[in-house]
Design a protein. Structure first.
Length: 182
């Protein structure tokens, strides 16, 4: 399957049913899912993959499988999804890296590439990330890609979230140029 994005260390490509085993291992892992309402079952991961395939058709994007460029092994999922936030559809950069690959900067690298793809390929003027207040690692990723908290709301089954956001204008300012991944 062709890549959607490449970074110095990663390849991001569309997810398919062939990725079920890896995604099920990651999305059923208690540590990986600790900030989510619950762990997924294998059947729920299967249905989630089908929803991603629908998103690719409907929006031209969705969550993508993240592969190590040198080993071709999957390390997580990162992508762009459409979220309803207080009755407004917004483009969200979402990121989830499997536990064996944490603390290597992979989520930041893939999320920055996704942000740039949204701005420079899809002409999105602004992107968000919904992050639970207790999820400090994800807040760190959002900040590293230039996002700042703008709002606080209850979303996804009654859970509190910060709305981190960044605009194209803020990303292309001179002080943010060093963060862009070619």
């Amino acid at each position: 399957m062709d890549s959607v994005l490449e970074t110095p260390r990663l390849i991001l490509r569309q997810i398919s049913m062939a990725d079920l085993d890896f995604l099920a291992a990651m999305m059923t892992d208690a540590e990986v899912m600790r900030y989510y309402p619950k762990r997924y079952t294998r059947d729920e991961v299967d249905a989630w993959i089908h929803r991603q395939e629908e998103h690719y058709t409907k929006h031209g994007h969705g969550n993508w499988l993240v592969l190590d460029k040198f080993t071709c092994q999957p390390v997580g999922r990162v992508g762009l999804s459409q979220q309803m936030v207080e009755d407004v559809e917004m483009s969200e950069v979402g990121y989830m890296i499997h536990r064996p690959y944490w603390r290597q900067g992979l989520a930041t690298e893939a999320a920055a590439a996704t942000r740039d793809h949204a701005f420079f390929k899809l002409d999105k003027p602004r992107v968000i990330s919904l992050v639970r207040p207790i999820n400090l690692p994800s807040q760190g990723v959002a900040r590293k890609i230039g996002m700042q908290p703008e709002d606080h709301l209850v979303q996804h089954g009654g859970f509190e979230h910060f709305v981190f956001a960044v605009s194209l204008e803020a990303t292309t300012s001179p002080q943010r140029q060093e963060d862009r991944i070619p």
